[in-house]
Write a protein that binds this ligand. Sequence first.
Ligand SMILES: [Zn+2]
Length: 170
Amino acid sequence: MRTCNKCDETKPLTSFRKDKRIKSGYNCKCKACFKIDEAAYYQANRAEKIAKRAIYRENNLDKISEAGSKYYIANKVKIREYQSEYGRENRHIFNAKGMKRYAAKLNASPSWVTKEEHEAIKELYKEAQEKGMHVDHIVPLQGKNVCGLHVLANLQLLSPTDNLSKSNKF
Ligand SMILES: [Zn+2]
């Protein structure tokens, strides 16, 4: 048995960390106290690091923003071109991906949907984009009474006006 010099509790040796630097071979703090101290040290250290970074930023604001804007100016045209071109060509992917993420969030994207079906869904979004149509969930993902699934069978192409006038009858 050994008494922890922090919490003053007497505990079996297994409750202490081994420490070769100490005569008895065990740390003077029990494991539980050690953990508490460690967490406190970590927190203090973290706060210090954050504070240091904030001070650095404040003192180097010019340098930081200058570097950032220099890069931006040098690459502005390129960045914009890339974004618009890539965005235009791949809008259907963004749409399909965005919808997949949204459906997953709503739990509407069942795990049994195959890779092929995901591909087919992507194609549908591509087709919609080419035809200037909207991909519509026949049964909405979040209807009033029922919730549709984000699966091919529940998707249809609608013209933008149809889609806007579609009332939420579910
Ligand atoms: Zn203790």
